[in-house]
Design a protein around this ligand. Structure first.
Ligand SMILES: Nc1ncnc2c1ncn2[C@@H]1O[C@H](COP(=O)(O)OP(=O)(O)OP(=O)(O)O)[C@@H](O)[C@H]1O
Length: 541
């Protein structure tokens, strides 16, 4: 039975990648190991491989709980799936485990009915409850349980404080089951691997020893390896890679695996068409716009509806999901035209579900929806968005359940603001709108600028990087200089610098402001792991 289960595990669980032309490329062929780091006792960082996540120290007979943290798009779900696959193909580093399961938390959250652990595991894989029950009941079995995407562990803390179950046959909501697994009240002999966006609050939920790792993304070496796999043709690969290597903005953006994929797709089209290769790829939004535009060109030739109608329907779906914290949609909600190529099919417990290619596309389509609405509605939606995000910022030092809900809502919606800013930039979108025959004028620019200005005075902390990134997307030069000056006087050593911000900072220094004597000292540990420049901002002067 275990053999049958092993055979059923494959990369298809994660989305295949399709080129605009319709060709498909499997993630297995593109898989490139990212940089993973671990802090050692002396406080410096070690690079570790995926296999080394499971290395046992001589002193420790048992595996500690493994926590793998990384920013959005850094490749946590891909690693989780890779480990499941390595187990299924009997790689020696996982030979201690008789069984491995992977629970994707975003899928778990969609389950409305109560169930027991066995049913939950069966829901996440191809086995029936009775098959799992027979395997898991065998108590000598050592189980590796991967919980992927536990992005808001605080959410669970409140549930855990109230409920927990102690039997694998006891029915409860899936969240309660996950809590009980984290607390090792059920399957106490299992080894847990948790992936999360958040720096895990130490000891909040977990029992026993824990080991923390962080996925940093791709270094330049891995970007090159990825490009090689992606382009297949040696000549094309050399041409494109050499071009990207010389462009600091693009090569830095490629350190985020999801961006690396998007940039490869965009450049593949541009190089094949012999078009001007870099123009208009300066901001995060412009790269997404280019990508979506390419897909539209290839897939929407014979559409029965206009591109505007299609984008509005996709945007509406994206927005509803964002507000309800939902990333999976059922077949009833998704019309056929919306599906390919913008949504991915995912078979979950016999049911066909859909999701955006990556969360960042759901954020992008939400922002696009806001700017495609008529003026009044657009302003109203953006006002509400800014209010919700700011409310979360203002509550960040509160820790009750209600505040926590607001904070997680705010975190989820924050990237939408960034995309709305980017979509206000005329040069970025006007050619996109023209190309697809859409007459749209974006009119929320002033509203955004006012908000950013107020926030830059109110929030003297890590939100400054986000504000700066928004200004950069808006291309607001004079303003950017002021915010940068404020940043200079701040201590950012404890701010977790996201790759995306790092990229934008570099670009700001280069292009947007006259940096003069400004000196920004960002001592972010993981900067040293990747290339020394441009990440070490001190070295710019
Ligand atoms: N190791 C890798 N090799 C090749 N491609 C990768 C790798 N990691 C990530 N990618 C690309 O980036 C995309 C996003 O990765 P993934 O979903 O694993 O990120 P994540 O860290 O789980 O993001 P989120 O926190 O937003 O869910 C993948 O669909 C894939 O295209």
């Amino acid at each position: 039975m275990v053999c049958q289960y092993k055979k059923s595990v494959d990369w298809k669980d994660l989305n295949e990648r399709s080129f605009p032309s319709g060709e498909r490329v499997s993630l297995a062929a593109l898989y490139t190991e990212p940089v993973i780091i671990q802090k050692n006792k002396k406080g410096s960082f070690l690079n570790v491989s995926v296999e080394e996540l499971f290395s046992k120290s001589n002193l420790c007979l048992y595996y500690p709980t493994i926590i793998l943290q990384g920013n959005p798009g850094s490749g946590k779900s891909v690693i989780a799936q890779k480990i499941l696959l390595d187990w299924a193909s009997e790689k020696p580093y996982l030979e201690d485990f008789d069984l491995t399961f992977c629970l994707r938390y975003e899928e778990v959250k969609c389950i409305s009915e109560e169930m027991n652990l066995i049913e939950l595991l069966s829901w996440s894989c191809s086995l029936t409850s009775s098959q799992i029950s027979r395997m898991v009941l065998n108590s000598v079995q050592r189980v590796l349980l991967i919980i992927d995407g536990l992005d808001e562990p605080d959410e669970l803390r409140f549930i855990c404080d109230e409920f927990c179950i102690s039997s694998k046959f006891q029915r409860a909501s899936p969240e309660v089951i996950v809590c009980s697994l984290l607390r090792q009240q059920i399957l106490p002999r299992s080894v847990l691997l948790i992936t999360t966006r958040t720096k895990f609050p130490h000891g909040m939920l977990l029992e026993g020893q824990q080991r923390f790792f962080r996925i940093v993304g791709f270094s330049e070496k891995e970007v090159e390896e990825y490009f090689h796999k992606f382009f297949q043709n040696e000549e094309l690969f050399r041409k494109v890679y050499e071009f990207v290597r010389k462009n600091e903005t693009l090569i830095t953006a490629c350190s985020i695996p999801v961006m690396c994929w998007i940039i490869c797709m965009v450049l593949r089209e541009r190089f094949c068409e012999g078009a001007h290769v870099t123009s208009g790829l300066e901001t995060t939004t412009s790269i997404y716009v280019d990508f979506v535009s390419t897909l539209l060109e290839h897939h929407c030739q014979g559409l029965s509806q206009s591109v505007l109608t299609l984008l509005r329907s996709l945007g509406q779906l994206a927005e509803r999901g964002m507000l309800e914290q939902q990333v999976l949609f059922d077949e009833k909600t998704v019309s056929e035209t919306m599906s390919d190529p913008f949504l991915c099919k995912r078979k979950i417990s016999q049911e066909m579900m859909f999701s955006f290619m990556h969360h960042s596309f759901q954020e992008f389509f939400t922002a696009l929806y806001y700017v495609l609405l008529d003026e009044e509605e657009s302003k109203r939606k953006v006002r509400e968005l800014l209010r919700t995000v700011e409310k979360g910022w203002a509550l960040s030092c509160w820790s009750d359940r209600e505040a926590n809900l607001e904070i997680s809502k705010s975190k989820l919606l924050q990237p939408v603001i960034l995309f709305v800013c980017g979509l206000c930039k005329k040069e970025c979108v006007s050619s996109f709108f023209e190309k697809h025959n859409m007459a749209v004028s974006v009119n929320v620019e002033t509203q955004l600028k006012e908000w950013l200005n107020q926030c830059s005075q109110r929030y003297q902390n890590e939100h400054m990087l986000f504000i700066l990134h928004c200004l950069y997307e808006l291309h607001e030069k004079s303003f950017t200089g002021k915010v940068l000056e404020q940043l200079v006087s701040m201590d950012l050593s404890n701010v977790q610098l996201e790759n995306a911000h790092r990229w934008m900072l570099w670009f700001c220094f280069q292009n947007c402001v006259n940096i003069g004597k400004l000196r920004l000292s960002i001592t972010c540990d993981n900067l040293k792991i990747l290339r020394s420049t441009p990440y070490r901002c001190e070295e710019l002067w």
